[in-house]
Design a protein around this ligand. Structure first.
Ligand code: BGC
Length: 389
């Protein structure tokens, strides 16, 4: 994946001016800075350090996010302390504590547990450090300054819409395609401590409910609440195990077949697909393999979509999200007010956090080229091999 620079040229220019103004030495004085002898010597020292806390390296999107945020900030002259929390709450809390102690100028945080960081955020506020919540809303704290994310409710709508398209109920343009079912579907949700999981679920359920109510869709397991459908820490193995349990308890030994599965993340989708394959489902969606949705356009899943095995995913361009986070951090550090495009949707339990929401797209086999390859997110070779190069 190539992370092209999406930052507006103007942002870089603005920083150059402000750095020049602060340093008194001129932002371009690289000779002086290379000696390290002057106060604030070096562009990075002039900009200061920004702490970036990401949840895990087990999912490629967070690695891409971390790399892109780091590069964007470094391009503007900041140093970056990028840490991954290994999906472990105490680890992430401690990483953020350390960042605050070491005097970072701003924090960009994608939380593991959105409710677990109140203490850290209070310390950040006390130290005057702005906090940008990245992709996942940090809850239960007044000390979240800004939120950059995608329209998470809409992501859920898109996931459910693609399930309906795969089943032949809707066309890709959203018009009714005519299939009446009844179709057997099963529902998966993300990690309950991730605020996004609730938005994805709500968007999906609001979209599916009319079809459940009129009998077009049936959930044979009866597991229709987010609590039952949830997958702690978004773990692939957990989803695989739950799918296997559902097959055993509800389908094996009956003439029922699974027709579709709502999955909110590609890692879960691959676990679900493996469970289905282990239970005798084979071939492609065109041959009758269940319609499985996803999210993140992970390369292994994009290949499965290209091969006709996974039906869809949601493309959220993490390059754009990273650029937005960088722009907001830059705004705070230069005394500007970041631009929000949503000031109503994201109530974190204490306040409505001003947000900037980006748009996402549904990926089907027939638009991998236009959405993912033409935009430079993945190359044709990566899609063919299923591996990032
Ligand atoms: C992100 C998704 C991701 C999931 C699992 C969510 O908070 O918004 O893009 O699939 O976490 O990592």
């Amino acid at each position: 994946m190539k992370f092209k620079k999406f930052l507006a040229a103007g942002a870089g220019a603005a920083l150059a001016i402000s750095l020049a103004a602060c340093s008194g030495g001129g932002a371009g004085s690289t000779d002086t800075s290379s000696t390290g002898a002057t106060a604030g010597g070096g562009a990075a020292a002039e900009g200061g350090t920004i702490g970036v806390a990401m949840p895990t390296q087990t999912s490629e999107r967070w690695i891409a996010d971390g790399d892109a945020v780091k590069k964007g900030l470094e391009d503007l002259g900041y140093s970056v302390d990028l840490q991954y929390g290994n999906d472990d709450i105490p680890t992430q809390s401690q990483q953020i504590d350390n960042m605050i102690t070491s005097g970072v100028k701003a924090l960009i945080i994608a939380a593991i547990d959105g409710t677990a960081l109140s203490q850290q955020l209070q310390a950040a506020a006390d130290a005057g450090i702005p906090v940008i919540s990245y992709d996942r809303l940090i809850r239960d704290s007044a000390n979240v300054d800004f939120y950059v994310t995608f329209d998470n409710y809409k992501v859920g709508v898109q996931q459910a819409t693609s399930l309906l398209v795969g089943l032949g109920i809707l066309n890709e343009d959203g018009t009714e395609a005519g299939a009446k079912g009844p179709f057997n579907i099963e529902l998966f949700a993300g990690s309950l401590d991730d605020n996004n999981a609730h938005f994805f679920w709500q968007g999906a359920i609001d979209t599916l409910q009319p079809y459940i109510d009129n009998g077009t869709l049936v959930v044979p397991s009866g597991q229709t609440t987010i609590e039952k459908a949830a997958t702690l820490r978004w773990q692939q193995e957990t989803a695989q195990k739950r799918m296997e349990d559902i097959l055993t308890s509800t389908y094996v030994g009956t003439d029922k077949k699974v027709n579709g599965v709502l999955s909110p993340y590609d890692g879960l989708s691959r676990g679900i697909i493996t469970a289905l394959q282990n239970n005798g489902y084979s071939g492609t969606v065109a041959d009758g393999f269940p319609v499985v949705t996803g999210q993140d356009a992970e390369i292994a899943s994009v290949k499965l979509i290209d091969d006709g095995v996974q039906f869809s995913t949601i493309f959220k361009d993490t390059r754009k999200l990273a650029d937005e986070a960088v722009t907001v951090a830059q705004d705070y550090l230069t005394g500007a007010t970041p631009e929000a495009n949503d000031t109503t949707s994201y109530d974190n339990g204490v306040k409505v956090v001003p947000s900037f929401l980006l748009e996402s797209d549904i990926v089907y086999k027939d638009n991998i080229q236009s959405l993912l390859i033409d935009s430079g997110y993945w190359t044709a070779d990566e899609v063919a091999s299923g591996q990032a190069s």
